[in-house]
Design a binder for this molecule. Sequence first.
Ligand code: PLP
Length: 383
Amino acid sequence: MAFGKDTLTVRGASLFEPHTGAISTPIYQSSTFRHPGLYQSTGFDYSRVINPTRTELEKTIALLEHGRFGLAFATGMGAISSIIKVYKPGDHLVVSEDLYGGTYRLFTEYYERYGFAFSWVDTSNVSAVEAAVRPETKAIFVETPSNPMMKVTDIRRCAELIHKRGGDLIVDNTFLSPYFQNPLDCGADMVTHSGTKYLAGHNDALSGFIVHSREDLEEPLRNAQKSEGASLAPFDAWLTLRGVKTLGIRMKRCEENAMRIARWLRNHKRVDKVFFTGFEDHPQYGLSCSQACGFGGMISFYVKDPADAPILLKNVSLILFAESLGGVESLITYPLVQTHGAIPEAMRLSAGVNSRLLRLSVGIEDGDDLIADLDAAFRHCGP
Ligand SMILES: *Cc1c(COP(=O)(O)O)cnc(C)c1O
């Protein structure tokens, strides 16, 4: 029987634990498992390779992402690093230029050194993606909405474009979570998540995921997970399972708060521009509605005066000045030096990440309190 996404988030793949009837999936805090005899296994041998708490989470995230296979990693970066193991030196990937700084660092500081090539393009422009594709291009890797400029990439058109050439489309779906967007349904081959963000949702655990439906990718991905060893620990798997139970109500609440705050910021005299995919005049609003069923809780904005940025960061008090996103607590970051510090200045600036840009991850607090906090912080900037 196929359940709706709200049932799936709460009940997980197994609905309950069948051996004892436990409602909460047990934390199998065991590194290894006893073999009944030679050449016999319970299905669980060693926890780097497979662990029952992790398996329940992997199955749950796979169902939420409408995929056949799910793999859980210690972090989002662990997941992305294993995805690259599907390819080989000499292969070329087209990547969103406006993406998580850690992904940029991983690709340029490590995989370029190992002989991979990457082109950084504005993937919200499909013609630019097409122009960047070469005979040796094996994949397109996109973040949509992008981080931090909230540009939206057409998943269906990118999938079509790369499939014609026999390559894969990889989507980092961290910003919308599987609650609001399921890229596999639009033709993506692999979806990745930093589970540290909306999936775990409480700023208390790290995790990462790959979900896909392709038999031919399952063996190389599992092998990369088991060989590299960035497998998710049982306790963090449990925290993520626990977080996922409230994914639906959190996503809706974050979005409701974000919508209010985005409108409020837009009318503020010290704010120049607000980037939020939920605005009807966002350049890809129609596209967002066609491939996602929500806008999420992320907002970026330019203040008019760059001097305001440090003043705001110092004077918010309810909203916390911290990296990361997707938790119940509202956080504000300064992408130029924080999340995107690893990206070269010229590239950051051309993507729009400058000294006037701030990024808000809107949590589930009272919207009135969040607005009052921003209002009070802006008052320190001047009249
Ligand atoms: C945080 C983040 C990552 C990396 O995830 P970690 O869990 O911190 O390793 C990757 N992609 C996006 C979009 C992120 O926000």
